[in-house]
Design a protein around this ligand. Structure first.
Ligand code: C5P
Length: 316
C-alpha cells in the first residue's frame, strides 16, 4: 500500500481579477467491489470498497458572487432540482460556515450523470464544490478538514473529495489513497431506473462481509492485474438491487456478451453497471452496440482515471 503525494491546490495567478471563476469536474464514482458487513447502531452498514473514478462526469463552474446561487443545466437537470436539498448548496453552506465566509458564489452545475444511479453523482458534485470553493474563497483548508465536512454530507462524499482510486471502509468515511491504477477502458450502462440507496440496503439480506478481501491493491500495472485482484470480489448490493429491478440483470448480460468485456458488475447501489474492456476500441464498439440495441438506456464509453481527476482550475 503506498500513499500518493497530497493534492496541490492551484493558487490564483498574481494578476487574478476578482471576477475570475473556477471550473471543476465531478467524475462518476465506481465501486470495483463493494462488500457489506453488519448494520451498526447508527443504522449504517460497515463496508469495504475499492473506489475509482471515470472520466465521464458532471462539471461545475463557480463565479464570485455575494450570495450562494445554484443553476442546473445539462441532460439530467430535470431530475436534479436546484433546491436547498441539492448537495451542492449543502456543501457550499457547510464550508462557508466553517470558513467564516461572508461571500457567496454563482454556481452552475452541468448534470451529465443519471441521478440515483450508483455513480455517486450528488456526492461527486458536493465534493467538487468543497474543492472548488476552498480555492475560490482562498480558504486553503487542508484535505483532512475537507474530508470531515465531506463525511457529514454523505457516505460517498469523502471518496469523491479525493476523486482518485481509493480504498473505502467504515460507513464510507474512512478513505485511503491507493497506488495509482492503470487507465482502464470502461463502458457505463444505466437502464433508466432510479434506485434510492436506502431502499437497496433495506432489501439486503445476504452479506459476504468485510475483511474478506485482500488488503488494498499494491502494485497493479495492467488490466489483468486488476482482474486477478478482483477475482473473489463482488458487489453485495447487486443481488438486492436486481431483485428490485430485474432489468439490472439484462444490463449485466448485455455488457458480459460484448467482445473484450472482462469484468461486468453493478456500481454502488445501482442501477448503473460497468464493464471493464480489453482496450478502448472494444469499449467503444461495445457501447455503440448496446446503445443501438437499447436506445432507452444511458450508455457511455469512458476511461477509469489512473490518478486524481478532479482538480479545480481557474478559468481564463
Ligand atoms: O450516507 P448516505 O446519505 O449516502 O446514505 C444513504 C443511505 O444508504 C443511508 O440512509 C443508509 O440507509 C444507506 N447506507 C448504509 N450504510 C452505508 C452507507 C449508506 O446503510 N455505509
Amino acid at each position: 500500500m503506498s500513499t500518493n503525494t497530497e493534492r496541490q491546490d492551484p493558487q490564483p495567478p498574481p494578476d487574478a481579477a476578482p471576477t475570475r471563476g473556477i471550473s471543476v469536474c465531478a467524475p462518476a464514482k465506481l465501486n470495483l467491489f463493494l462488500h457489506i458487513g453488519e448494520k451498526r447502531p447508527d443504522r449504517y452498514h460497515e463496508l469495504e470498497s475499492l473506489v475509482v473514478f471515470a472520466e465521464a462526469g458532471d462539471r461545475l463552474e463557480f463565479a464570485p458572487a455575494s450570495e450562494l446561487i445554484l443553476k442546473v443545466m445539462g441532460p439530467f437537470r430535470a431530475q436534479c432540482p436546484a433546491s436547498e436539498k441539492n448537495l451542492v448548496l449543502k456543501a457550499a453552506r457547510a464550508l462557508k460556515e466553517r470558513g467564516g465566509k461572508q461571500e457567496g458564489a454563482a454556481i452552475t452545475l452541468e448534470k451529465n450523470l443519471p441521478v440515483a444511479a450508483g455513480l455517486g453523482g450528488g456526492s461527486a458534485d458536493a465534493a467538487a464544490t468543497l474543492r472548488a470553493l476552498n480555492v475560490l474563497w482562498h480558504l486553503d483548508r487542508p484535505e483532512d478538514e475537507l474530508l470531515e465536512i465531506a463525511a457529514e454530507l454523505g457516505s460517498d462524499v469523502p471518496a469523491c473529495l479525493l476523486s482518485r482510486p481509493c480504498w473505502m471502509a467504515g460507513r464510507g468515511e474512512q478513505v485511503l489513497k491507493t497506488a495509482p491504477l492503470p487507465q482502464l477502458a470502461a463502458v457505463l450502462v444505466n437502464p433508466g431506473v432510479a434506485v434510492p440507496t436506502a431502499e437497496v440496503f433495506a432489501t439486503l439480506n445476504a452479506r459476504t462481509g468485510v475483511g474478506r478481501m485482500r488488503p488494498p491493491p499494491g502494485n497493479i500495472q495492467t488490466l489483468w492485474d486488476v482482474v486477478a485482484y478482483l477475482d473473489d470480489a463482488s458487489n453485495d448490493l447487486e443481488a438486492p438491487a436486481s431483485q428490485l429491478h430485474p432489468v439490472i440483470d439484462e444490463v449485466l448480460d448485455a455488457l458480459s456478451n460484448e467482445p473484450g468485456c472482462v469484468v461486468a458488475q453493478m456500481s454502488g447501489s445501482g442501477a448503473t453497471c460497468l464493464g471493464l474492456f480489453d482496450g478502448g476500441y472494444l469499449a467503444l464498439g461495445g457501447a455503440e452496440r448496446i446503445a443501438f440495441e437499447h436506445p432507452e438506456w444511458w450508455v457511455r464509453a469512458t476511461h477509469i482515471a489512473a490518478a486524481d481527476i478532479g482538480e479545480p482550475h481557474w478559468m481564463p
